[in-house]
Design a protein around this ligand. Structure first.
Ligand SMILES: C=C(O[C@H]1C=CC=C(C(=O)O)[C@@H]1O)C(=O)O
Length: 464
């Protein structure tokens, strides 16, 4: 099922070549293709040797696989406003042939940013920019069971049309063609290193003291666990495991060279479809029960637990205030409900609103990040505490990750329940909200539960 013929592609490219005589020309075309598995596409494109990015929405209706970097938007300061501006400028430079008004098709920028650009970067995250949205060379979009392939190209006056067409043909053939499956071997975790666990507990105590003094009301503290494996992690296999084991979560994987930041986060930051805006308050955590009855009891206690309700309420109040200048018809239910995940359950309050004209998803991301689910309350005081006392480089953990398209659709999630894979090693990250009456041992246990989804997929995982 291809609604754009080879002749049409040739015409599009010929026109772009004419345009490129004065300036380099960006061109994008999208065609509908017979359904193909996004994971198959991800695995097949490995041999191109280009960075790959994977994104699946929490309901799995939308899956994006982006390959290669045509353009990267990487501002180093005022990253939200500059990304918005550069994205709009780039869209104006594209000749776009996309007959579908389907979310996530056509020219799409996908990527993320670091949690706190003011905190010095360590070698751990050296391959990840403070902010990096990629417009890929190839994009596979699966939306509501339909598949679309977008090809993005930069054409210069020296581009040879025949060569370009031959290369596109080669790509397409390679993608539908199935290579024999690579044989993968079981992955074994050889070493688990909990980084500075005692110090972390002390920092929780310090945070509660500061909260009692009135410096802040809530501070989210995170910690890192380093894993060593017997072989290189097979990224496609870990994505597959995440898709299978983590329903209700966004599954993502962002490669940079040999590194890959991946995970399964339940936390939506913001979704925009034209003027409809959705956000999520997610904070307050308990484990799942072993039986249905135990599970219901735990959920009941979570819904009535003052400490967790307080942690949650900081997020609700902040999001309400942060979007108020940019939105109207804001609707936030009175109290939270339970958001069940495989290993734990959260307090959850959905937010819906209408985005005022002239504002984009980047304006909302700028206002929301970090919510008190990842930073604390108030924002500046909690961030100052984290900068001073947290002994780890969060990198992209806890930060906005997502995509935007040229139809003013887009979605960003908060990159929690995640790991930075570096071939035979990985760093896992988990944090929790500290409030006045937090107990360091209990908070430590909570972070242990939050490591579980990632630990589990590595334990069941395969290596190369
Ligand atoms: C900071 C994390 O979770 C946040 C999101 C949901 C619930 C949270 C909590 O109950 O503390 C955290 O705010 C993490 O998973 O690393």
């Amino acid at each position: 099922m291809v609604l754009i013929t080879e002749e049409q592609v040739e015409t599009i490219l010929t026109n772009a070549l004419q345009q490129s005589q004065r300036n380099n020309q960006l061109v994008s075309y999208t065609k509908k293709i017979d359904p193909i598995s996004p994971l198959h596409f991800f695995n097949q494109t490995k041999k191109l040797g280009k960075s790959r990015l994977f994104w699946a929405s929490s309901d799995r209706e939308l899956v994006l696989v982006a390959v290669g970097n045509l353009v990267n938007i990487t501002p180093t300061e005022s990253r939200f406003s500059k990304t918005k501006k550069q994205w709009e400028q780039l869209l104006n430079q594209f000749i776009i042939h996309n007959p579908y008004s389907v979310s996530g098709t056509g020219v799409v920028a996908i990527g993320g940013m670091c949690f706190d650009p003011k905190k010095p970067k360590t070698p751990l995250w050296q391959h990840y920019n403070d902010s990096d949205m990629t417009i890929p060379e190839l994009l596979l979009t699966t939306n509501s069971g339909q598949c679309y392939l977008t090809v993005n190209l930069k054409i210069t006056k020296d581009t040879l049309l025949e060569e370009l067409i031959a290369q596109i043909k080669q790509w397409e053939e390679m993608l539908v063609h199935s290579d024999p499956e690579e044989t993968l071997e079981p992955l074994t975790i050889e070493k688990k290193i909990e980084k500075e666990a005692d110090y972390w507990k002390k920092s929780v105590v310090k945070a509660t003291e500061e909260i009692r003094k009135g410096t802040a009301e809530k501070i989210v503290l995170a910690r890192e666990m380093r894993l060593q494996f017997n072989r290189n992690v097979a990224i496609g296999n870990i994505i597959e495991n995440l898709l299978e084991t983590q329903p209700n979560s966004y599954v993502f994987a962002f490669e940079k060279g040999q590194d890959c930041f991946l995970g399964a986060t339940p936390e939506r930051l913001v979704k925009v479809e034209k003027d409809l805006l959705l956000s999520t308050c997610l904070a307050g955590t308990a484990p799942r029960g072993k039986t249905e009855e135990e599970d219901r009891n735990i959920a009941y206690h979570l819904l009535h637990d003052e400490k967790n309700l307080q942690e949650h309420d900081f997020v609700v109040q902040m999001i309400r205030e942060a979007i108020s200048d940019y939105c109207f018809d804001v609707d936030i239910p009175e109290g939270p409900v339970i958001y069940p995940l495989k290993n734990l359950q959260h307090l959850y309050t959905p937010v819906t609103a209408k985005l005022k004209r002239g504002y984009s998803i980047f304006d909302i991301v700028r206002e929301l990040h970090p919510t008190p689910a990842l930073g604390g309350s108030p924002k500046e005081a909690s961030m100052a505490f984290i900068r001073e006392y947290e002994r780890m480089d969060r990198g992209w953990y806890g930060a906005p990750i997502g995509w935007v398209d040229s139809n003013e659709h887009g979605e960003f999630a908060v990159a929690i329940r995640s790991a930075l894979v570096q071939q035979k090693e990985a760093s896992l990250f988990a944090g929790c909200g500290v409030v006045e009456h937090s107990n360091p041992d209990m908070e430590y246990e909570e972070t242990n539960i939050k490591f579980m989804p990632m630990l589990h997929v590595f334990e069941q995982g395969k290596g190369e």
